[in-house]
Design a protein around this ligand. Sequence first.
Ligand code: AFP
Length: 392
Amino acid sequence: METGIACCARGAYLPGVSQHSKAPVSPQSISPSCSSRSLKSSSLFGETLRFVPRSSLKVSKAKNPSLVTRCEIGDSLEEFLTKATSDKGLVRVLMCMGEALRTIAFKVRTASCGGTACVNSFGDEQLAVDMLANKLLFEALTYSHFCKYACSEEVPELQDMGGPTEGGFSVAFDPLDGSSIVDTNFSVGTIFGVWPGDKLIGVTGRDQVAAAMGVYGPRTTYVLALKDYPGSHEFLLLDEGKWQHVKETTEIGEGKLFSPGNLRATFDNVDYDKLINYYVKEKYTLRYTGGMVPDVNQIIVKEKGVFTNVISPSSKAKLRLLFEVAPLGFLVEKAGGYSSDGHQSVLDKEIINLDDRTQVAYGSKNEIIRFEETLYGKSRLKSEGVPVGAAA
Ligand code: AFP
């Protein structure tokens, strides 16, 4: 652990690398301790890529004043987590998931694609890359020793991971969202939510203690948020295998950027059709890949925009509340944005079945008001003022 060094005393230079790791990491290399390995500085670009101007350093205020509150851009994942929460079990779960994400990123990058599947072609075990991601995440959670139950979109049944109920966590994940677009080389990602104790049923997204996504694109990032710490935080995977804190988002502003999922529903949902026409008439910029992780991540990174995935009588809900919608809702709301199923925040929806599905929108406040008003004539977020609905 890189503790004992006051990060505020570091000045403009980002922390020296003291952990060693070699990417790629084989599945077996997620060690039981999940300890970080030591690293050498990047031999190709040296230290220059890790230089950040003083002006970009930020100081965050945690709600709990007993926590150290000076998390800085440039912190390693471990430094950030140990400052952001005093819960060592949660730190361990998130560190172990970081190890798995790093391995998955490599497996996605090197998968052979043909026909209907993308397959990991290295090592003795040849697995479809989404199944390999699934396996790596279950392994990471077992090794964390703080996960009671885990459950994935691929295996939607609670698996006992051996961790404690008291002081432990239950984790739901989508191992590789967008697996059908790996071959086209679009960005894909892993999504997960962390709940306290042993329950993933009868809980809501608001009960999460943390949520995160791994984004496998031109850059590999780990975006996470903690219940008791402000903001959503982006960590970049450096070439030496270390996660470095590169961005904090605490506000989502207004801006004309739209990401319209399940567009086929506009055929028999006139209100969704109206909403889409509004975006077009108002000359919004279209940014949609069909991968929910990059499509929602852009709202957090660009700090503006809206993502919609709306249903119709002939086009039913596809997105799963537990594995995708609630964890991403947590990340967007912690970043200062809003979420909605048309009537309420997706974080207030009770998870009744592991496989529950829902329509959803994420975005800035006005975008979510517009979404609710256009689809259902009113918005819970609106007290007064000028209507923003497409029907206005
Ligand atoms: P896959 O994992 O099957 O590729 O699905 C990805 C996804 O669940 C989500 O990432 C997208 O937002 C959504 O599907 C897009 O679905 P449609 O292409 O059916 O609109």
